[in-house]
Design a protein. Structure first.
Length: 109
């Protein structure tokens, strides 16, 4: 592959990555959004995170696995409770990691 093709690919990927982020910011900077839209937008990060995590937590080898052998699912439950209680990202991550480490050590999972 020649250098021009690589450079055009990088420029194209940058445009596809940044334009969807930049255009709404430029178009909506001088406008105020209705309160309903603002309230709706606050749920987007939570919805995206749930959509990314849920398949990882419940699907093993293409099958839904809610058994006790699904270590990540059962570590997520207390981690979510810590997140709701403390609102601390650090505490949530440490809780999840500690439970996974403890379960692997104690149960050999």
């Amino acid at each position: 592959m020649d250098q021009q093709t690589i450079a055009l690919t990088i420029v194209g990927m940058a445009a596809v990555t940044y334009l969807p982020r930049l255009l709404p910011m430029l178009l909506l900077t001088s406008r105020s959004l209705p309160p309903l839209v603002i309230a709706w937008l606050r749920y987007i990060p939570v919805a995206v995170l749930a959509a990314l995590l849920l398949p990882t937590l419940v699907v093993r080898d293409g099958v839904i696995d809610l058994s006790l052998r699904n270590l990540y699912l059962w570590a997520a439950v207390p981690a979510v409770l810590v997140a709701l209680k403390t609102r601390s990202f650090f505490a949530t991550v440490v809780t999840g990691m500690a439970i996974v480490a403890l379960a692997r050590y104690v149960f050999g999972l």
